[in-house]
Design a binder for this molecule. Structure first.
Ligand SMILES: Cc1cc2nc3c(=O)[nH]c(=O)nc-3n(C[C@H](O)[C@H](O)[C@H](O)COP(=O)(O)O)c2cc1C
Length: 192
């Protein structure tokens, strides 16, 4: 566990009444309760044009990268769009890279209008693998989003608990790659 861990949540929905935002917010509350400082990066408030590889510093991209680099753990929350994660999050991730995610603990949360947003979680997990992040094995899927919230809160107690556990796990495993007894490269053994 990292003392004074800093956990950053990134929300991939721009919708005003976003279930994803409510869920990420709840996870960050749990992280705060576990002793972390937290920040929710709401992409509605960021100037991030569709990514152009010839303009990687467009808009607020440098500041976004700075905030992500300050994190010991990052929570990525996304709605499922057409069987994958949402384009605002993809854009934010395309402006980022190894400097922001390599060796960073990452938690995943996805929300679907339908039964199960598993593909969005799998695609995010693969993206994080490409950036050498340490993605937590536990993840949260919020199905049936039309019924998932009430009065600005998660309506289902079990889902709410899973979301809170994810927030807690981000603090427990923040900076896991830096643990001295958890080397990123295995030590050579005799005969290697
Ligand atoms: C463009 C678009 C594509 C979507 N595709 C899917 C989908 O493939 N599967 C699904 O279960 N829900 C799909 N949905 C529903 C969203 O996942 C659902 O409305 C979710 O609550 C949105 O998250 P938000 O409330 O955080 O904005 C789609 C919604 C939109 C706008």
């Amino acid at each position: 566990m990292t003392e004074n861990a800093h956990v950053v949540g990134l929300v991939g929905s721009l919708a005003d009444d976003s279930t994803t935002r409510i869920a990420v917010d709840r996870a960050l509350d749990a992280a705060t309760a576990a002793g972390a400082t937290t920040e929710l990066l709401d992409l509605r408030e960021w100037d991030l044009p569709v990514f152009d590889a010839d303009a990687p510093d467009a808009g607020d991209a440098p500041e976004l990268r700075r905030r992500l680099r300050a994190a010991d753990a990052v929570l990525l929350g996304t709605p499922m769009y057409h069987g994958s994660y949402a384009s605002p999050l993809k854009t934010a991730l395309d402006y980022s890279g190894f400097d922001e995610f390599a060796d960073t603990t990452v938690g995943l949360l996805a929300v679907a209008g339908g039964g199960f947003p598993l593909p969005a979680l799998e695609h995010l997990r693969e993206t994080m693998r490409a950036l050498d992040a340490w993605t937590l094995p536990d993840q949260v899927a919020v199905p049936n989003s039309h019924a998932a919230t009430a009065d600005g809160r998660l309506a289902d107690e079990d889902i709410e608990e899973r979301v809170a556990e994810l927030g807690h796990a981000l603090v427990t495993y923040a900076n896991v790659a830096a643990y001295p007894d958890c080397p990123t490269t295995p030590a050579p053994t005799a005969g290697d």
